[in-house]
Design a protein around this ligand. Sequence first.
Ligand SMILES: [Zn+2]
Length: 516
Amino acid sequence: MTTARGRRILVSQCVQEVSTFNPVPSGADDFDVRLGDAFTAAQRGRETEVAGALDVLEDAPGVTVVPGFGAWAFSSDGTLSGHGFRTLADGFLGAVRANRDVDGIYCCMHGSMVAADETDPEGSLLEATRAIVGEDLPIVVSLDLHGVLTGRMLRHADAFVAYLTYPHVDLRETGRRAARLLLRILDDGVRPVTARVTIPALVRGDELVTDTGLFGRFTRRAAELETVAGGLAAGMLISNPFTDVPELLTSAFVTTDADPDRATTEALALATGFWEVHEQMRQPLVPLAEAIALARATVGGTVIFTDAADATSSGASGDSNAILRALAEDGYRGMVLAPIVDAPAVEAAIAVGVGGPVRTTIGGRLDRARFTPMPFEGRVHRLSEGRFASEADGLTWSSGPTAVLKGETVTVVATSRPVMLYDRSLFLAHGQDPQAFDAVVVKSPHCEPRFFRDWAARMINVDAPGSTSANLRSLGHVRCPRPIFPLDDDVPFTPRVELYSRARYGVLPLPAEMPV
Ligand SMILES: [Zn+2]
């Protein structure tokens, strides 16, 4: 027991979710990078994993938080450049080197990063961290349930915790769970052993909504496993289907206190249960023309076009104008609101000022393989610096210089940089209440019901092109293991358990016998 003496815990973060199908590469500039106290101060009290970890650690007697390196990308990211990853890794590992005398490390990651020369950036960071701090220092990592959990990650950390909700409303609680587990390793002497079973399936769709869909069955079971005696962590990581890497698979994992048999049994049960229903976890999509006909037939209230194919939070470029173009071609006369990433359109708006006439194009400047610029004529309604608080997590988001452009029926919130679009922050911060429109383009696969579903007349999942389309076969995966559902037909599943535990816990046979 070490409760009596002080413990110093390094808290660091490296979070990005990449779509390898987004042709626009990302770089270090796409991250909000903060060091030391500036990092923790920006997180404290927010609805984030790091805030949750601080809740627990700063409250624990004798614990001192050592603020490390924080890097968080606003997503909408294509593959990270090699230089960008090296810059981040230097910062992340620099904080580890400067604090190698700590007693434990909590690390907040997403799990779906990809760099030009590294398909497993998180595994690379954890391996390098382990090399610096040695074999015995406890490292606990939190992940998004869309993370890709690799063997390398499992080999170099002591344990993982993952979100248990989708849409994600438990970020802060996930951070608390990770911090509590780290303290249990340090104070109570628990010895984590993790069983992991990979499942050849990439899933999407409404059944993933944990409150109402089939997937919730598995996250609730994972939550139970984590709280019963001997349970330390459990989760279902469905990965980000747009992060095409060699270990892109769904993972069921269960971590127990020195009980590999129990971890094995429960991980197998999660995985085989998931496999039984995985075919139901697909997103039915409505062809564009049909979606517009549905919108026309909707009288009173707002129609939400859910455009998950251009979801900035999943890694898409955010410059799709596919739905606006289809509405224009159809002659739709309702009032439409849409977000779009288009820095030159914003510059054109700034050049003429608020109230000025603007004649430009919108969208189609980034993902040129899928979209083309669309002519737009209207007035500049509003200009801003694009800094606003997110209604989802309270953090300050930055869309860069931003313009509200109003055409005859179409209102576009044009941003210089992508921001998350799973809540209404961008619209509301720019004076645009989605409820005042007949149709709104929402570039996110799912949002918390309070943002749109609770009041919308109709939600339509549109089959539009995009680098994060739920129509997974449209994307062209080349790296992930095959066969895999739904990219291939008749995919076999033979469950196989991998066990991981740090050698110092003495739970498993020597590392030489562990899976590599
Ligand atoms: Zn996620």
